[in-house]
Design a protein. Structure first.
Ligand SMILES: Cc1cc2nc3c(=O)[nH]c(=O)nc-3n(C[C@H](O)[C@H](O)[C@H](O)COP(=O)(O)O)c2cc1C
Length: 188
């Protein structure tokens, strides 16, 4: 199953358009729109509940549903516009909610993280108004994905400078879409 984690907020999102171009190349997919998902940052009550379920190894609890879906996907595509040098808070909330020990990650006998996700690859798709600096978005996602989730292959798909004066955002985006549809260049 290909899982599309859509963190785009705006109607007619350009990031979503770029992600859909990639997804059309990859095949059928299941989409979760984070703007529609009933999720909240962990508060003390939910954190206590979650910890109790983890202690009981009760991973059927509904609190683990998004984590189970993430862990079971064969390919994951995350889309997120470049916001404030990073990505929208709904994506951080999602990551906080799926990051469950015993579902997406575990520890070996030396206390080192061992990934439990089956996906062979995770794509991170973004678009930026100015220059794209990957440090606080793609690099962070790649860090979690490779070190904690056990997904060894990640790829950045992006278009940048869309809001720069004198630039034609449509042309830049169409160019990126064409590149990714044909699978050539534009990759980091
Ligand atoms: C709340 C917000 C924060 C943004 N922050 C940045 C930023 O830090 N750097 C940048 O280059 N562009 C920034 N932008 C511009 C977006 O990255 C750019 O317009 C992007 O293509 C939007 O993607 P979307 O069409 O998928 O919403 C921001 C836009 C919004 C709405």
């Amino acid at each position: 199953m290909i899982l599309y984690v859509n963190s785009c907020v705006r109607k007619n999102s350009r990031t979503d358009r770029l992600a859909k171009a990639l997804l059309n190349r990859l095949g059928e997919y299941e989409e979760i729109r984070l703007t529609d998902l009933k999720q909240a940052p962990l508060n003390e009550k939910r954190l206590v509940h979650r910890t109790e379920q983890i202690d009981k190894q009760n991973f059927d609890d509904e609190i683990f549903e998004p984590a189970r879906q993430f862990a079971g996907a064969d390919i994951i595509v995350i889309s997120a516009p470049y916001w404030d040098g990073s990505f929208p808070a709904i994506l951080k909330t999602y990551l906080e909610n799926i990051y469950c020990i015993g579902v997406v990650t575990g520890y070996d006998e030396h206390g080192m993280p061992v990934g439990m996700c089956r996906a062979e690859k995770l794509y991170y798709v973004t678009t930026a108004g100015g220059n794209y600096d990957r440090r606080f978005s793609y690099d962070y996602i790649e860090y979690l994905t490779k070190n904690m989730f056990g997904i060894s292959d990640t790829e950045l798909v992006y278009a940048e400078n869309l809001d720069m004066e004198g630039n034609d955002a449509e042309v830049i985006l169409d160019d990126a879409v064409t590149k990714y549809l044909t699978g050539s260049s534009g990759k980091a």
